[in-house]
Design a protein around this ligand. Structure first.
Ligand code: F6P
Length: 472
């Protein structure tokens, strides 16, 4: 079996006795443990000096991590990745803040990553690159004569060609995708948007799921990230989950809990969500003192203005709603600007009558899947979900809403709060079945399997007979 090399912006090194941050990190660690290999990326620190990768060994997995230099942090991570690519890929042109130096440092940092990775390779690995921070990495590795299969998975949505064109240098960026053997997307819609951009902007051609450009051929695929339901359900037996659930139930009294937990990001639609809660309390006074909305908003990318402005806006909005509708002993909005371990969030979700997940754009969104997995199947809560989350296509039992319209969210909240138990059970059972069918384990196994069977990356390296088979 070939070793696996995973490259992502951040790396999650397992620590003894500590639960890992996210299910995705657990999945990547499982993938690595079953193949052996390397996980390469940023260790989360910023250093004045240019430091090389340091290796930490855990069983058959090497964690090779390095700090970013200040400039790389500001211009590659915050700048190009999160002030150019993130807003454009999430349909938010107004939040783009482009500077040429951001683009230069983005490409330079990818070059540095490639230079650090190359000496660690034995030459027969499968390389799997993750997400928008590292789009040019495949090209940088190819120029260093790496000729093993390299795959790329985009965790976030892919934008329309029109939006992509707004990024200065978009052609160069798009070309970088063509050095991979396999490109994975969360949903068929993202795959189509990529195909459309590559054909319209680059003049690439497509046959089936293979894209051709010059001597390049790239296979395209859809790999929706899932959750491991069994693992999550085992985790919900965790003492911290049980304690959270017990405390919440005791403090809720007769109130129904509406819960949300997201990174504090403009893509999550948090302000419109608060607007919907305000409308619910205004138009359905019977819910006053009868519902409680708890929103966990974990601080994120705080150095970027947009994020800081959003934090202030949400605090003001939550305070305003509480000012309008609170009563002695009851406040409708419990807004928490803090990061909790998953065990605590699982307790919050299980205590909730409604899970409110309304991003304006999201590659997949695992929170809504975790909400479903956390429910008691006999008495489950209802999921109110944005139609613009990648997960919407799998979660057929959710009440789908347009997140830009607080009124629709309010109507869905009312429907969820009134829904009879039997209907809640049916909707939940159907979603749980879909989640079990597309687990996180299957996600990585399918991608790695497909990557293993991609053909050599350049058509020119193939014998002519083989080339003509591929070309049809
Ligand atoms: O969804 C994209 C993503 O990069 C995730 O991989 C990550 O968990 C999240 O955003 C957090 O972003 P950051 O690394 O900027 O804190």
């Amino acid at each position: 079996m070939r070793d696996l090399v995973i490259v992502s912006n951040r790396v999650s090194v397992p620590q003894a006795g500590r639960q890992q941050a996210g299910g995705l990190a657990v999945a990547i660690n499982n993938a690595l443990a079953s193949h052996g290999g390397i996980w390469f990326g940023w260790n989360g620190e910023v250093s004045d000096a240019r430091e090389s990768a340091r290796c930490t060994q855990r069983g058959n997995v090497t964690y090779a991590t390095l700090p970013l230099q200040q400039r790389e942090h500001d211009e590659y991570y915050l700048g190009f990745s999160n002030e150019v690519l993130w807003p454009i890929f999430h349909l938010n042109l107004g939040a783009m803040n482009f500077h040429r130096r951001f683009a230069e440092t983005y490409y330079a940092t990818n070059e540095r990553f490639a230079s650090e990775i190359t000496p660690l390779l034995k030459g027969n690995e499968l390389i799997w690159v993750h997400d928008y921070h590292l789009i040019p990495l495949g090209n940088a590795l190819r120029r260093r004569d790496v000729d093993t299969p390299i795959g790329f998975f985009l965790h976030i949505p892919f934008p329309s060609a029109e939006l992509l064109r707004c990024i200065p240098g978009h052609k160069r960026l798009l070309m970088q995708f063509l050095d991979y053997d396999l490109l994975g997307f969360q949903t068929p819609r993202d795959q189509e948007s990529f195909r459309d951009a590559a054909t319209r902007i680059l003049g690439a051609t497509v046959k089936g799921n293979v894209l051709f450009h010059g001597d390049r051929r790239v296979r395209l695929g859809t790999y929706p990230v899932g959750v491991d339901v069994d693992t999550l359900q085992q985790e919900s037996q965790h003492s911290e989950t049980k304690r959270t659930l017990m405390n919440l139930r005791a403090s809720l009294g007769h109130c129904a809990l509406i819960a949300g937990a997201d990174r504090l990001d403009y893509s999550k639609g948090l302000s419109m969500r608060l607007g919907a809660i305000q409308e619910l309390l205004e138009h359905y006074p019977e819910y006053r003192r009868k519902v409680l909305y708890t929103q966990v908003a974990s601080p994120s990318r705080c150095a970027i203005n947009e994020y800081d402005e959003l934090r202030q806006k949400l605090e003001t909005q939550a305070g305003h709603i509480n000012g309008l509708y609170s009563d002695l002993g009851w406040a409708p909005v419990h807004y928490i600007n803090k990061t909790y371990p998953r065990a605590v969030l699982m307790g919050l979700f299980r205590a909730a009558r409604v899970g409110l997940v309304t991003p304006v754009r999201d590659g997949m969104n695992l929170v809504c899947k975790e909400f479903v997995a956390a429910q008691d199947p006999q008495d489950p809560g209802v999921l109110v979900l944005s139609e613009f989350a990648g997960a919407a296509q799998e979660l057929d039992g959710a009440l789908l809403v347009n997140p830009y319209d607080p009124h629709t969210i309010t109507q869905a909240l009312h429907q969820a709060l009134q829904m009879p138990q039997e209907e809640r059970r049916q909707r939940h059972a159907s979603m749980l079945k879909n989640l079990t069918h597309n687990s996180l384990t299957q996600w990585w196994q399918r991608f790695v399997e497909d990557l293993r069977y991609t053909l050599p990356h350049a058509l020119s390296t193939l014998p002519p007979a083989r080339r003509s088979i591929i070309n049809g």
